[in-house]
Design a protein around this ligand. Structure first.
Ligand code: BDR
Ligand code: CA
Length: 318
């Protein structure tokens, strides 16, 4: 089993979204989760914000939740109902929202939380379009130097999903992604080349369901819905659990092969806007552009599912 890094301090920026919920569960279990910021993405912010609050209620997550951007910097707002349903969390019956979001907005919250926890080395973990993170980096030019790093789910080295070469989170706000990839500090990119090796099976859904608690039932229904909608896209039952991987790249980095790469965001291509252009040329590093990212490859998928199961098994019931 992978060994955990020292319990890191994390702010999760998310657009729940099925896989975002599992990322919140593992961040709460394996890290010091000090804040959750919501952003437009899988569904409009009017859904992703309450969905984040519902996930906190169901899985006993106490971190404060903040509302962020309801649209990308430049691109028109676009969602993913064909994968996540109109609510963003298709599958289980959603309980009413019992907790309230904080009054502070996401950008201000990110800046304040990073300053407050600076001594602990704060990681930002964006799991949706990068609008909130780009706005925070622009609003506080010192932010990039105050964080331990950014570990994001987005992009990929092989193919896209929302477009042939573009993954949804990058495609939804490429200008924001470009700001984040060029911020100048440590950045881990966990993209589709990795997350498409971390695929839910029917056996895993049944194992989670067999835990028998209300939160496990909720989790199993999310996993099943997501695996069914992905199954319609990929031709076989099973959704890739993308977002938890970006959390594990912080908490359990030895679950991946992290390789230094130069990654640029394509902003102008007619067929490639939103692509992560990863320099994979087999030439010596000194002849390439300076690397700006650690790109994840070769996930230890079985261990990842065991860690997710353990986090779900110890979640308080709703
Ligand atoms: C990413 O897009 C969303 O559908 C998922 O939550 C994940 O963050 C995968 O492309
Ligand atoms: Ca997401």
């Amino acid at each position: 089993m992978s060994t955990a890094a020292k319990r890191p301090t994390i702010i999760v920026d998310c657009d729940p979204g099925h896989d975002d919920v599992f990322a919140l569960v593992v961040a709460n279990h394996y890290a010091n989760l000090v804040g959750i910021t919501a952003v437009h993405g899988n569904a409009p912010l009017s859904r992703t914000l309450p969905n984040a609050l519902i996930a906190c209620d169901v899985f006993g997550i106490g971190a404060p939740v903040f509302a962020g951007a309801d649209r990308p910097l430049v691109a028109p707002p676009r969602n993913a109902p064909h994968i996540h349903g109109e609510s963003g969390l298709g599958g289980p019956e959603l309980p009413p929202v019992r907790r309230a979001a904080e009054k502070t907005g996401a950008v201000e919250a990110i800046i304040e939380l990073v300053r407050k926890h600076e001594g602990e080395g704060v990681w930002l973990a964006p799991l949706g379009p990068l609008t909130n993170i780009a706005l925070a980096l622009r609003a506080a030019p010192d932010l990039g130097k105050r964080i331990a790093g950014i570990s994001l789910m987005g992009g990929g080295t092989l193919h896209g999903n929302r477009a042939p070469h573009a993954e949804f989170n990058i495609w939804a706000d490429p200008e924001a992604a470009s700001t984040v990839f060029n911020y100048g500090g440590p950045l881990k990119m966990v993209g589709l080349n990795t997350t498409h090796q971390v695929v839910i099976t029917k056996e895993f859904v049944q194992r989670v369901s067999a835990l028998g608690t209300p939160s496990a039932k909720f989790a199993a229904e999310l996993l099943d819905f997501f695996s069914t909608t992905y199954g319609e896209q990929l031709g076989v039952y099973g959704g890739p659990l993308h977002d938890p991987c970006a959390i594990f790249a912080i908490t359990h980095p030895d679950l991946f092969d992290l390789r230094e790469k130069r990654v640029d965001i394509e902003l102008h291509g007619e067929f490639t806007r939103g692509m992560t252009a990863v320099d994979e040329r087999p030439i010596v590093q000194s002849k390439k552009e300076k690397p700006n990212a650690l790109v994840a490859y070769e996930p230890k998928s079985a261990q990842i599912f065991e860690l997710i199961y353990e986090a779900l098994a110890t979640s308080p019931s709703a």
